[in-house]
Design a protein around this ligand. Sequence first.
Ligand code: BES
Ligand code: ZN
Length: 647
Amino acid sequence: MLELRHFIGLYPFLFFLLFSCDFSKNNTNQKNIQEAPNDEHSYSNIDRVHTTHLHLDLEVDFDEKLIYGIARHTINNKGFDTIIFDTKYLEIEKVTVGNIDSEKEVKFFLGPWDKDSIIGQPLYVITDPAYKKINIYYQTTNKSIALDWLEKNQTEGKKQPFLYTQGEPILTRSWIPIQDSPGNRITYSATVKVPSHLLALMSAENPIEKNESGIYHFKMTKAIPSYLIALAVGNIEYKKIGENCGVYSEPELLKASYKEFEDLPEMIEAAESLYGPYQWGKYDILVLPYSFPFGGMENPMLTFVNPTIISGDKSLVSVVAHELAHSWSGNLVTNNTWNDFWLNEGFTVYFEHRIMEKIYGKEYADMLALVEYEELLNEIDDLKEKKLMSDTRLKLNLKGRDPDDAITQIAYVKGAFFLKTLENKVGRKEIDSFLVSYFEDHSFQSINSEQFSLYLKDKLLTPKHIFFNVEEWLYDQGMPSNHYKVSSLKFKKMKKLAEQFANGKNIFREKGSFEKNKRTKKTEFILKKIKRTDFSTQEWLEFIRNLPEKMNVKDIEIVDKNLDFTHWNNSEILLEWYLLCIKNNYKKAFPSIELFLRKVGRRKYLSPIYKELCKNPENKKWAKKIFDDSKNYYHYVSKNTINKFFK
Ligand code: BES
Ligand code: ZN
């Protein structure tokens, strides 16, 4: 086995070898080979040599917490003798060329890390351009940051261990040596061996039950970007929901998951009626353990979700609409590099709202949009404070930075408001037919903002003689003044209710009204008190957000006694409520906050809660203990973000 440390002293010599002999054959020189392609976050030379199909032979070892693998790349080579892959924290054992029965070892070389250890190490493979198969024998390490290995007791059932991967944006290279740029698309297949009592699933055609051998075969026949390759292994069962959809989860969560997502066929139908046929065959959802760092991840054919979206009353299923929408925006048409991330997420949020509107009505969709719009304004304020106003542009410049920095409300909400504003200008009929052809014309392609802008002008703005400030939206900071304004009567009422409470009114007093009794059909005088079920999740969020930031403990207690937000199994409400409790040091909520932090690994929640706790030294100490106990449970994505608060 070749180890990295063996290389370190050899770098100068190996570089000399590499650039002095091998490249000379192909009329290339050192400068050309090292020239970065347009993706700053990948070393790979996809413009010259690129993978078209990948076959993975994997063995998942839960005892060692390692994956042993062979990545068999079928390549399209325009005549170059060096192919560059991305790797990060992988051990490369050997590289061969040729088909399985006639493999031949070839030279390879791991180049140096980038300065901030963001991108990883390039793997150079030196080969005759005639070879179409390159086989990389490798294993992951305990630093492979895509992987979250969970012990039995960290799962719902507590009986079996669990493993899942998270690839987006550039984590796939930490479990597969691959050209890890969204600008390249590949088909893939895999043979995965796992302990026989566990089921393996991938972002591909999947089994629906375990088999004795523990060997599973996968096929993804549509070309996808590398960040969408995903694997999960655990004690997982399946329940079918509709003709082409269903849900996977640990048995303990299956019934609740099924109930929560039972409207899935309707969602798929709504999405198809908007922007054309669903192209991926099946659409299944995998409910992962609570440590999953996102609400959802759009792995093709198998969306990964965090169980926090199961609130018991379907009030958080817009996350599913969002991930489903990615089957078009993102998975069919993908950002070419992470600088154009808004093409994935902005379009998806817009599409998500359109699906939600179709199923639950415009009033509901508008409330979703308003909740997010408020978050966008906060994000812009935050970025301004951090002197990062250039990150409020849709088109980003992430050179030298971690693409994780692109995950802000700018891409999501400013992006969605671009399309909402455009819709408002051109009309729904026009924008919908434009989007249908946009998806059709760019299916299975990766594009950038400039290509989108040209296409928009060409197909919609110019022929219809419409002026639209596309450049301002793409390249200017903040929100353009012409942005579409959403409003909601229901939100106005909630705001008023919160203000009344803040001004000393007892909003929890019983009130009388005349109502028709449904059974007896008679009108009766009924005394009623405000209760949770009177309003939707979004309305309650608006209520909490409009309570004063500084409250006295007695007032918080009154709200809590009447509505018991502290123990509501609704993660969105919990987040908003916990933040208010921490800001006001309402200690009665702290045991429940602790339980939450020890159970849930979703970054969207952990990050603001830990951040708020760190503002007070006593709370910071308390939070540090919880973080230290939980950090091996959290996925790297969350751990890495929160770690920074304690530095
Ligand atoms: N693709 C994203 C998650 C992601 C983005 C992972 C960038 C890694 C890098 C996913 O579709 C997403 O946006 N999830 C959101 C939910 C959504 C409703 C806004 C989340 O997890 O909160
Ligand atoms: Zn998304």
